[in-house]
Each structure stands twice: as C-alpha cells, then as structure tokens.
Write a protein that binds this ligand. Structure first.
Ligand code: DAH
Length: 356
C-alpha cells in the first residue's frame, strides 16, 4: 500500500512540475486530489484496513496529499505570474504612437510657454510657485501693500470693483496686480520664503499696449540677510536666461508703495547688444536708441508691508526682502518682437503657429 502511495506521489509530482498552464495544473489537481482520485479514496479507506497497517498507511497518504497540495499552490503561483507577464507584454500599447488618422498635437500658447519658461528659471534658483485668488479684497490688493488712501489705482475708473455692500478693506475687486499674493503667502509661511506668483490681473485699460486682463509674475524673497545685491544678482540670472547670456541689468530709482527703495529694472537691448545703434548707423528701433529695455518693477520690501504680517514671523526689525513684478505679455513681446498686445488674444492661428 505504501509503495502505491509513493508511486502516485512520484507520478503526480512529475506532472505538476511539467504543467505549463494554470488550466493544466487545475486538471492535475482534480485528477490527483479530487473527490474521485485514488489518493483521497485511499485515505477514506484507511479505517477499513487491519489495525496494524492503519497508522503507517494513513500517515503516508496524508503526507503525500499535503506535499501535492503544497506543490500545486507553489507551481500555481509561478504559472499565474508567468501568465500575467505574458498578458501584460501582449497588451502593451504604445501611447506615444500617432492616432489613426494622426491628429495634430497642437502647441502651447506663447503666453503659456513664456510663463512656464520664466517659472523654470526661478525654480532653478530655488524659488517655489505660489498662487492667490483673482477676486481679491481691497485689504490685500491695496491696504496691506501700503497704498496711500488716495492712490490713483484705487479709483473706480481704474479698477474693476465687484458690486457688494459698502466700501473699506473688505470690499472686493479684480486684483490689479499679483502683489497681493505676497501678503497671502507671508501669512501662510514664516521666513525664509522665496516664491514666484504667476497669474491674471485686471485693469480698466484697452489699447495697443493694454488689455483689460493680462498676466504678471510676482517674486518675493525674505530672510534675515537679503540685500539689494541679491535682488540684482537674481534678476541678472533671470535676464540672461530669458534674453541671452550676454545681457546686463541696471536698476533705476522709482516709486512703488510697497518697496523702499524701489527700482525699475532694465535689461541691455538684445537687438543692438546695448549699443542703441543697428549696423553702425541706424537707431535701434527696439530700445529706441537707448541700449536698454525696461522689463519690470522691483525693490526692497517696505517695512510697512512687514508690519501687516508681523505676527506671522515677519518682524520688520529682523527680516528684509526683495520683491519684483513683471508682465508676461511684455516679456514675450520684447523677446519675440510682437508689435501689438491684442495679437495674444485674437487666437489667429497664423500668429500663434509662429511660436513653439
Ligand atoms: N505691482 C506692480 C505693478 O503692477 C509691479 C511691482 C513693482 C511688483 C515692484 C513688485 C515690486 O513686487 O516690488 O505695477
């Protein structure tokens, strides 16, 4: 009897090892361990054996059954994995193949491409990207940025106010610049902070160089030892990355309510290499013969602005920082020689296709 059990086991083991599919393995399981199989039958008959044989035969049959079960489980796992791999390999789709029929892939709008490029430059310098709402309060857009109560930008003729009850810091408007995000970001994160804040802004303006809605990228860096030299170095790196390695920047004194000192920043003209002249004689039309192009407003954050976020870790006696704000349209126009701002919004493919 024991020999028979060994023979069944040997035959089944060989078959299990040789099985090549989970279906074949299942057949083997039924054949060797199923209700009508010889081994289970034998086990069921143990009780009728002479008492002297029962122990040895029962044990041998049990051991054989357990061994076969374990082998089937192990082989089953192997085969399932192999079949899964094969199925995955067979089903693989190359999602990069063109569709049938091939569809045009399109391109990024020049303003999107420009924004992303500028973001990349600042990300490379260690800045993060932050965002804020386009529908803002007077508090964030003006008050906390140290705007005089009589500042002209507050006028109803200059700014889109959202109808609502009363006037005051809680009155709602379409933000006129991305600078309010500075205030929101400082309330969310203590110094050191280094962020850029891209987004749409709105002004009541409309002509060849102004649209009621346009895009800005704001920058802010605050820590305990930031100087105007850091500002200049940062903007020089930006100017070189966007306008060419040869570029220089210069700072001109200016006024903004939320920076002190404030500067306007020029980049040396990339068309005439800063000479103001083309081909020796003619005046460079891009920089109007000056050799410089104005690209953004900037300055050292005014301590009065920090006073509004003092309780968030910005003690004006301890921290300093610089801020800047640029127009995305302006950067794209300068760089690509786009003559009219409105071209960005006409969505004429003959214009858009020239880029990217
Ligand atoms: N918010 C200004 C504007 O829209 C631009 C600006 C100037 C932003 C100086 C700044 C800055 O952060 O420091 O005209």
């Amino acid at each position: 009897m024991i020999e028979r059990i060994d023979a069944i086991r040997a035959e089944a083991e060989a078959a299990i090892a040789a099985a090549t599919t989970t279906a074949a393995l299942e057949e083997l399981r039924v054949r060797h361990l199923g209700r009508k199989a010889e081994l289970p039958n034998l086990l069921r008959g143990v009780a009728e054996l002479p008492p002297a044989e029962r122990g040895a035969v029962g044990k041998a049959a049990n051991v054989a059954r357990q061994a076969l079960e374990a082998q089937i489980t192990a082989r089953g796992a192997e085969l399932e994995l192999a079949e899964l791999r094969e199925r995955l390999a067979r089903d693989r789709v190359d999602v990069t193949l063109p569709g049938t029929p091939p569809q045009p892939v399109g391109r990024l709008h020049l303003l999107t491409a420009t924004r992303r490029e500028i973001e990349d430059v600042f990300l490379g310098l260690g800045f993060r990207v932050a965002e804020g709402p386009e529908v803002e309060t007077v508090f964030h857009n003006f008050d906390a940025l140290n705007h005089d109560p009589a500042h002209p930008a507050r006028a109803r003729t200059d700014t889109f106010y959202v109808p609502g009850p009363g006037r005051g810091p809680d009155e709602v408007l379409l933000r006129t610049h991305t600078s309010p995000v500075q205030v929101r970001a400082m309330r969310e994160q203590p110094p050191p902070i280094a962020i850029i804040m891209p987004g749409r802004v709105y002004r009541r303006d409309s002509d060849a160089t102004h649209t009621p809605q346009f895009h800005q990228i704001e920058g802010l860096a605050v820590d305990e030892d930031i100087t105007l030299a850091d500002l200049k170095g940062t903007l020089l790196a930006f100017a070189k990355a966007i306008f060419g390695e040869e570029r220089e920047v210069r700072l001109r004194p200016h006024f903004f309510p939320f920076t002190e000192p404030s500067v306007e920043v020029d980049v040396s003209c990339f068309q005439c290499a800063g000479t103001g002249a083309l081909d020796g004689a003619a005046r460079c039309n891009l920089c109007k013969g000056t050799g410089w192009l104005e690209i953004l407003g900037s300055g050292m954050v005014d301590p009065n602005v920090f006073a509004y976020v003092r309780e968030y870790g910005y003690d004006p006696e301890r921290v300093q920082g610089f801020a800047f704000g640029m127009g995305v349209e302006r950067i794209a126009m300068l760089r690509h020689g786009v003559p009219d701002l409105r071209l960005f919004y006409d969505n004429d493919l003959r214009f858009l296709r020239q880029f990217g």
